[in-house]
Design a protein around this ligand. Structure first.
Ligand SMILES: [Zn+2]
Ligand SMILES: [Zn+2]
Length: 188
C-alpha cells in the first residue's frame, strides 16, 4: 500500500461507524485475513482513535498548520509505529506497518498515522478536511492536483450542487415576482 492509499484509508476509518465487531469486519471487507482477529477491544480502541484524530482533519481544513503538525506528532508518540520495507514486489518497494503481534486496531492506527504523516510531508499540511455539505461531518483527504476538494464523496458533492442550484432558482424567481433583479444578480 502506498502512503496516499494509507491516508485515504484513514479518512475511511474516521468515517466508519465501528459500533461492533460486525461493523469492523465490514470496514475491512477487502482484507479477509484480518477478520478472525477483530475484537470488541479493537472497536473500542478505534473509536477512541477516531475522536483523537478528528481534530487533525479539522485543523487542516481550517488552515491551522501548527495544529496539524503537533496533532500528528503527538499521536505518533502515543501510538508508536514500526514501519517495515515491504518487498513483495521488488520493483515497487514501499512501507508497510509491521504486523507481528500487532492487533487489528494497532495496525489500522499505524497505517493511518504513517499515511497521514507522509502525505502532509509530500503534499502539504492543508490536504485534509471536513465535508462542506452540511449536515455531513465526514472527513476527506484531498489529493487533487489543484487542491480543490470540498466534499467527502460524489454523493455529497452533487447534493451540495443541487442545493446551490435550488437556492439560485429561488433567488431568480423571487427577483422575478418582486423587485426586478439586475443582470449582475442573475449572473451570480
Ligand atoms: Zn504492500
Ligand atoms: Zn459528505
Amino acid at each position: 500500500m502506498d502512503f496516499i492509499r494509507y491516508a485515504e484509508a484513514s479518512a475511511g476509518l474516521l468515517n466508519a461507524e465501528i459500533d461492533g465487531v460486525d461493523a469492523l469486519v465490514e470496514h475491512l471487507a477487502g482484507r479477509a485475513w484480518l477478520h478472525d482477529q477483530c475484537s470488541d477491544r479493537d472497536c473500542m480502541l478505534l473509536r477512541k482513535f477516531q475522536r483523537e484524530l478528528r481534530p487533525v482533519f479539522e485543523a487542516s481544513g481550517a488552515g491551522d498548520v501548527r495544529g496539524v503538525i503537533d496533532g500528528l506528532n503527538d499521536l505518533m508518540v502515543r501510538y508508536p509505529i514500526t514501519p517495515r520495507i515491504a518487498d513483495h514486489d521488488e520493483h515497487d518497494l514501499h512501507l508497510h506497518v509491521a504486523t507481528k503481534s500487532a492487533s487489528v486496531a494497532e495496525l489500522l492506527v499505524g497505517e493511518s498515522l504513517l499515511g497521514l504523516a507522509t502525505l502532509i510531508c509530500d503534499l502539504g499540511p492543508t490536504r485534509l478536511g471536513i465535508c462542506s455539505a452540511t449536515p455531513c461531518t465526514n472527513v476527506y483527504v484531498d489529493t487533487s492536483p489543484n487542491q480543490s476538494r470540498r466534499y467527502c464523496s460524489d454523493r455529497c458533492s452533487s447534493r451540495a450542487n443541487v442545493a446551490a442550484y435550488r437556492a439560485r432558482q429561488k433567488l431568480v424567481s423571487a427577483g422575478a415576482s418582486g423587485t426586478p433583479s439586475t443582470p449582475t444578480e442573475r449572473a451570480v
